[in-house]
Design a binder for this molecule. Structure first.
Ligand SMILES: N[C@@H](CCC(=O)N[C@@H](CS)C(=O)NCC(=O)O)C(=O)O
Length: 205
């Protein structure tokens, strides 16, 4: 059985939502990424991680989401089998991993983005992250015009991946409602029963 290691509200919410959508039994383990026991298991000290039977520790959100989509083809959360759809799915997963997620790093861990760690510098770094986030949110907002899903006309692992990164937007000075298509996409996902179960299990809303 798959075991998911998560910290509440992080990008580990993405594979958690996917596991809910798949509907097969799985186990959850809440961890603190910096905990020494967890670091021994996953030396990067990041979530998500998964163990599937005797797989050993697997990590990297994008790779885990694809793994789940391949493992459970009947859930139809991957591409639709066409070359163009495979490209579209990869494109948005790459954008989420390579652009959206990193835009938030200076916001969550500003101390890692300054050589002189003090309150003023942390604040400056955080403010720089608002610009990075605005840029990627605007791109997503434009893409989502007239769309319910990131890829095609059905839910995929990309929607689940985007969800935590939209949820983080609620902590920013510029509200998510300033991006109407993104906000609609996010609110639609919030109504999903699997998303609600994952949020409840993580003790967040
Ligand atoms: N490249 C990794 C990044 C994962 C990541 O940064 N996870 C964050 C939570 S969203 C984390 O565990 N941060 C803890 C830390 O960096 O100390 C992935 O895509 O899985």
């Amino acid at each position: 059985m798959i075991k998911l290691f998560y910290a509440p509200g992080t990008c580990a919410l993405a594979p958690h939502i996917v596991l809910e959508w798949v509907g097969e039994p799985y186990e959850l383990q809440k961890v603190k990424p910096s905990d020494p026991d967890y670091l021994r298991m996953n030396p990067l000290g990041q979530v998500p991680a998964i163990i599937d039977g005797d797989s050993g520790v697997m990590n990297q959100a994008d790779a885990l989401l694809k793994y789940l989509a391949h493992k459970y083809p009947n859930a139809r959360l991957g591409d639709d089998g066409t070359l163009q759809d495979a490209y579209e799915l990869d494109r948005w997963l790459a954008f989420l991993t390579g652009d959206v997620h990193p835009a938030f790093f200076p916001f969550f861990v500003p101390q890692r983005y300054t050589t002189e760690d003090n309150d003023t510098n942390r604040q400056t770094v955080k403010e720089a992250s608002y610009k990075l986030i605005d840029r990627v949110y605007q791109h997503l907002d434009k893409h989502l015009e007239g769309k319910t899903h990131l890829v095609g006309d059905r839910r995929t692992i990309a929607d689940a991946y985007a969800f935590p990164m939209m949820r983080w937007g609620n902590s920013l000075p510029k509200p998510l409602s300033a991006y109407p298509n993104l906000d609609r996409f996010y609110q639609h996902l919030r109504e999903d029963a699997g998303v609600q179960r994952a949020l409840e299990q993580q003790g967040i809303h």
